[in-house]
Design a protein around this ligand. Structure first.
Ligand SMILES: [Zn+2]
Length: 520
């Protein structure tokens, strides 16, 4: 007995091949049949005439970890056609979170169903809450380091390393599919290559993937790439370079060398892929601009430095050196915390500075200090042309670099990057409009390519025996509505979405079902 038939759609099966018009039969959680099913009986028949049908999209670069516990329907992700998220990126994961590990500023704002410490405990809680989409877990290096060494600015000794290694092994055994670093952030920025490489060996030994936010994406981009490739090659670890970019106009010319070095590493046999979101602005905490010495230690220590006139002056000098005068005009304020700062959301720092009657660098420090390190920054530093070249590489997949949001409820109050709501629909729209790779290839980048690179078994293709993660779009209506000015808007154009054979969106409406699994 077939449970559901998706009838008459143009099926882009995820391989990159041209579409074909066919019916899809689904039994329980799997695709059971393809072909003419006009005479077959089914409990439910979805009319997909004139619709685009694809495998559900896989967002390999998500930061939804803690938010999945708050809004397990994952609204902003589901409405893009996303059926699987890989969380725990950039060195920051839900677990492990031993004593003293601080939450990212945006996660810390909320109360969770209960506390957790290990990755196994986080996973158990996530499964208890029950997400609407599938979730793959990475173990964040910053969680390991902070769990063992706190936020101190020192190298790991053999004892620290053994503890981090054990914690990583325990987390991988609990079902994590890989390891991630964020070497731009504290405390990962204090780690040497030997430390990361030792953890990569452990990851490789257990068949995991290494996803990295490299030490630099701008001034030291090529050096960081060399470091990354060297470590992955020596450890024998599959590699995913997160949000591949050339950050800052002064570094845009490095694109040729960047792509050539990656091609060489791939030709030498390294299993290397990368992800990218289809926007030219990055987004993270504004305090990422602080010099490393000023970002060391606990939040209270960082704030104390900002409030000490002598140290603040030193920070100011370092912030100004090496930054072009027009830098501040390319930084938009995202989320804020202090009531007086709400009006600055969505404004560029030079405009904030004019309103406050101070220089832009001082406006930035004022926000960081008064929001107590809870200010979000949206950084317009990427080249559109380089973005197109990166998106066109056959090993580049789509990753939102965003955490889920919802247009109402607890996760509707901040000012996020529009990629949280629109990365996949925007890329789909670009493909349909002929502004990037052809549509079959665009679909491959969001389905089978990520499934292969992250070893997600039986996902990413419309093929009998595969899990029935399937999206049905109205091609004329696909639109990412979310914008920098008004981010909290769901994408349009998705008619139906199935996760593990069950409907999570029907006729454009969110359903109650939450059929997602933790994938291991
Ligand atoms: Zn990152």
């Amino acid at each position: 007995m077939i449970d559901t038939i998706i009838a008459g759609g143009e099926v882009y099966d995820g391989t990159g091949d041209a579409p074909r018009s066919t019916d899809i039969g689904i039994s329980r959680d799997r695709i059971a049949a393809l072909g003419d099913l006009s005479r077959a009986e089914a409990r439910l028949r979805i009319d997909a005439q004139g619709r685009i049908v694809t495998p559900g999209f896989i967002d390999v670069h998500s930061h939804s970890d803690a938010y999945l516990l708050l809004e397990p329907h994952a609204h902003s992700k589901l409405f893009q056609g996303i059926t699987t998220e890989i969380v725990g990126n950039c060195g920051c994961s839900g677990g492990p979170r031993l004593d003293g590990v601080r939450m990212p500023a945006d996660w810390q704002e909320f109360d969770y169903p209960r506390k957790w410490r290990t990755l196994a405990e986080y996973r158990a809680l996530l499964e208890e809450v029950g997400p609407a989409l599938n979730v793959g877990l990475l173990v964040g290096h910053n969680n390991l380091r902070a769990s063992v060494m706190g936020y101190s600015d020192r190298r790991a000794d053999p004892g620290d390393l053994a503890q981090m290694r054990a914690l990583l092994a325990e987390s991988l055994d609990a079902g994590a599919i890989g390891f991630s670093t964020g070497l731009l952030y504290s405390p990962g920025m204090f780690a040497g290559m030997d430390e990361v490489e030792a953890l990569l060996s452990e990851t490789a030994r257990r068949g995991g993937i290494y996803a990295t936010h490299m030490r630099s994406e701008g001034a030291e981009l090529l050096e960081a790439l060399e470091e990354t490739i060297g470590m992955a090659e020596r450890a024998g670890c599959r590699l995913e370079i997160s949000h591949l970019k050339t950050s800052g106009p002064a570094n845009w010319h490095k694109i040729d060398a960047l792509l050539e070095r990656i091609d060489t590493a791939r030709a030498d046999g390294l299993e290397l892929a990368a992800d990218r979101y289809p926007y030219t602005a990055a987004c993270t905490d504004l305090d990422v601009i602080l010099p490393a010495w000023a970002a060391a230690g606990e939040r209270s220590e960082i704030l104390a430095r900002l409030r000490d006139p002598g140290q603040r002056a030193r920070i100011r000098v370092e912030l100004l050196s090496g930054r072009a005068d027009d830098y501040w005009g390319r930084v938009m304020v995202g989320a804020t915390r202090h009531p007086d700062n709400i009006g600055f959301r969505g404004m560029r720092l030079d405009a904030v500075a004019a309103e406050l009657g101070m220089e832009a660098v001082d406006a930035a420090l004022h926000l960081i200090e008064s929001d107590e390190l809870h200010t979000g920054g949206i950084f317009f530093g990427m080249s559109a042309e380089n973005m197109q070249r990166i998106l066109a590489q056959d090993y580049v997949m789509i990753g939102s670099d965003g955490s889920l949001r919802a247009p109402s409820g607890a996760l509707s109050h901040d000012h996020p990057h529009p990629r949280n709501y629109g990365a996949f629909t925007r890329f789909l729209r670009m493909a349909i409009d002929g502004e990037t790779v052809a549509l079959p290839e665009a679909v491959r980048k969001m389905t089978s390519l990520p499934a292969e690179q992250f070893r997600l078994r039986d996902r990413g293709l419309v093929r009998p025996g595969y899990f029935a993660d399937i999206a049905v779009f109205d091609p004329g209506r696909i639109l990412e509505k979310s914008s920098y000015a008004q981010p909290h808007q769901l994408s349009e154009g998705l008619q139906n979405l199935l996760v593990n054979g069950r409907a999570v969106i029907s006729d454009g409406c969110l359903q109650d079902a939450r059929p997602g699994w933790v994938l291991d």
